[in-house]
Design a protein around this ligand. Sequence first.
Ligand code: FES
Length: 89
Amino acid sequence: MRTPHGCVAIFRTADDRVFALDDRCPHKGGPLSEGIVHGTSVTCPLHNWVFDMTTGQAQGADSGHVATHPVRVQDGRIWLDTRAMRRAA
Ligand code: FES
């Protein structure tokens, strides 16, 4: 999803939870929106780093962090809170 403050990847898990993360892997910029979701984690499609979508932290031996953004679903619509993105820009 393109926003005025950057691209955000939106994910829905098997148990119907929704997460929003910057769509740019902190390793080498891979598109996390093309990653594989498993549980509440996403694996980057370029070099397989795994990020916890609840915190944005890289898992395992890798270190790094991707920004997470507040998101909710109401009446079938996804609402993304971009206030923190505006402050960071
Ligand atoms: S760019 Fe994502 S793991 Fe390398």
